[in-house]
Design a binder for this molecule. Sequence first.
Ligand code: SAH
Length: 326
Amino acid sequence: MTPLERALRDRILSEGPITVEAYMHACNGYYYATRDPLGAAGDFTTAPEISQMFGELVGACLADCWTRAGKPADAAYVELGPGRGTLAADALRAMRSSGLEPPVHFIETSPVLRKAQAGAVAGASWHDDLSSIPAVPVLLVANEFLDALPVRQFVGGLERKVIAAAGGLAFDRDGVISEDSPARNAAAAQVASHLAANGGVALIIDYGYSKSAPGDTLQAVRGHRFAPLLDKPGEQDLTAHVDFESVATAAREAGASVTPVAMQGQWLERLGIAARAEALARAHPARAKEAESARKRLCDADQMGELFKAIAFHSPKWPAPAGFEP
Ligand code: SAH
């Protein structure tokens, strides 16, 4: 039994069943605080860890938007859940070539990952949440952040819970499941209010679906494989697909302008990933195959190209970023 499983069983025995939302919150809090989960030796890999092209295109997209907004001198780079800091390092390098060197603010709760981020990006500041970000225009990125925030599950209108069972944990009910995520909608609304009040743009990239629909999308991943949800609490990554329609509505209601949802593959192609892969191949002929296979992995429909989606929120006073044309 994992230490967290023992703690959760004790909590359930004294307080009663806990919601799926509380279970996911407890598991991921413990999981991220105790390890670097990324990469071949970890549990999963993300787009910026696959290729530098991802972060470079994100940086170029933000720099272009900032330029068209009139180059506000006080703009800051903000990233939610920056992982190892790889995306930020690649994006900031691309921004520098457009004359943009913003101060960096990371929203990160994990002490292990804060340390990795400090190694990747010099001079950043860290925050537990968005409330302490300065009141300036922001160039904000969140890649695979919202999927880690907890979802609620419902079966026949009743909220699904986790109970203590012989030797472990179990769900209190099964059946046709639907989900929602107040935590995600709150994060989207908080980003949007900041944009509406101070200016800026936010790029949100994650796996999920464009239109709200019922379904059970909660999943556990350990060592690059799916695992049963209630196995080894706190020792595996729990995520659920992002309902982009729902976060878009939350952002719009909080005062931001919102772009249409784009497929990740389509978005990266519009931002020029093919030319970027060719330039990389020319600069490093020995790595030409690697650049091409990374491009395919990020963009092809049967890989990350369609399951992953991108959406942008922006201040109504800022232009929409490139790549989201309907
Ligand atoms: N964006 C990175 C890492 C994705 S993993 C990449 O693309 O590689 C999810 C990240 O979100 C981790 O950095 C994790 O520690 C952070 N995280 C998860 N839940 C969080 C929360 N509630 N508050 C702040 N950070 C959180």
